[in-house]
Design a protein. Structure first.
Length: 238
C-alpha cells in the first residue's frame, strides 16, 4: 500500500526489453533507497513495481510485464525519463494522502494547463466510462500523487486539480505538457460505493424501466437528466 505522498523524483537510467516484459533500472534521489531490499515495492508514477535487483545505495531494477506496459504510461518511457517515486507505506505510517494500491485503472490526457498566483491548474480529460467515480472534493491519484479534485465537468468529460508550489517541487507535474498521458488510480471506497448503488438500482429498477419511461412520456415530464441514469441502469441490468 502507498499513501500518495510522492517522496521524490527519480530517473530511468537504463531500459532492456525482454520477451514479455521490460526491465528498468531507476536511479533514485539520495537516501531514497536506504534499506531497500529485493522484493520490496516502489510506486513509479503510481504503478506498484517490485525490486528485482539492487545497484548500490541509490538504484534498483524493476521488471514490468506486458500488460502493465499496455495499460500505463510505462510503455512509452525512454532513457532519462523522470518519474514520481514512493516507497511502500510501513505499519503505523501517517497517511498524508489516501490509501493507494499502485494498480492503475486507466491513462488520461492532460488537456490544459493554466497558472494563477502560486497555483498550477491541470485539466485532465477522462474516458467517459470512468467519470462516475470522480467527484469534486474527492480524492484521486495522478501519477502516484494523492490529489483533491477541484472541479468535474461531466458534459465535457474532464476534471481539474490545483497544485501548490511544494507539490510541483516534489513531482514531475511541472514538466508535463498538454497532451501528455497520465496514470490514474481512482479512490477505491468511492468505486465500491458507486458500483454498489448501481447494482442496487439495477436489481430494483431494472424490471420497472419500461413502465417508468412510458409514464414519464405520458406525463410530459422533461426527463433529459433522468434519461442518462435510466440508460445506465438499463445497461447494468442487461
Amino acid at each position: 500500500m502507498f499513501t500518495g505522498i510522492v517522496q521524490g523524483v527519480a530517473h530511468i537510467a537504463d531500459i532492456k526489453d525482454l520477451p514479455g516484459l521490460r526491465s528498468f533500472r531507476i536511479e533514485f534521489p539520495e537516501g531514497f533507497a536506504k534499506d531497500l531490499e529485493i522484493g520490496a515495492s516502489v510506486a513509479v508514477d503510481g504503478v506498484c513495481l517490485t525490486v528485482t535487483q539492487l545497484h548500490g545505495a541509490n538504484a534498483a531494477n524493476f521488471d514490468v510485464m506486458q500488460q502493465s506496459l499496455n495499460i500505463t504510461t510505462l510503455g512509452s518511457y525512454a532513457h532519462n525519463s523522470r518519474v514520481n517515486v514512493e516507497r511502500a507505506a510501513r505499519d503505523g505510517a501517517e497517511i498524508g494522502g489516501h490509501p493507494l494500491s499502485g494498480h492503475v485503472d486507466f491513462t488520461a490526457r492532460l488537456a490544459a494547463i493554466r497558472q494563477t498566483d502560486n497555483n498550477y491548474v491541470l485539466r485532465i480529460a477522462v474516458p467517459p466510462e470512468w467519470l462516475r467515480y470522480i467527484f469534486a472534493k474527492g480524492y484521486i491519484a495522478v501519477n502516484g500523487a494523492s490529489l483533491t479534485i477541484a472541479e468535474v465537468n461531466r458534459a465535457e468529460s474532464w476534471f481539474e486539480i490545483w497544485l501548490i508550489p511544494e507539490t510541483l517541487r516534489m513531482t514531475v507535474f511541472a514538466e508535463k505538457t498538454v497532451g501528455a498521458a497520465l496514470n490514474i488510480e481512482i479512490e477505491r471506497s468511492t468505486q465500491v460505493i458507486v458500483d454498489t448503488v448501481h447494482t442496487i438500482l439495477s436489481d430494483t429498477l431494472g424490471p420497472l424501466l419500461p413502465a417508468l419511461e412510458t409514464l414519464l412520456q405520458q406525463q410530459g415530464v422533461d426527463n433529459s437528466r433522468l434519461s442518462g441514469l435510466l440508460e445506465s441502469v438499463k445497461n447494468s441490468h442487461r
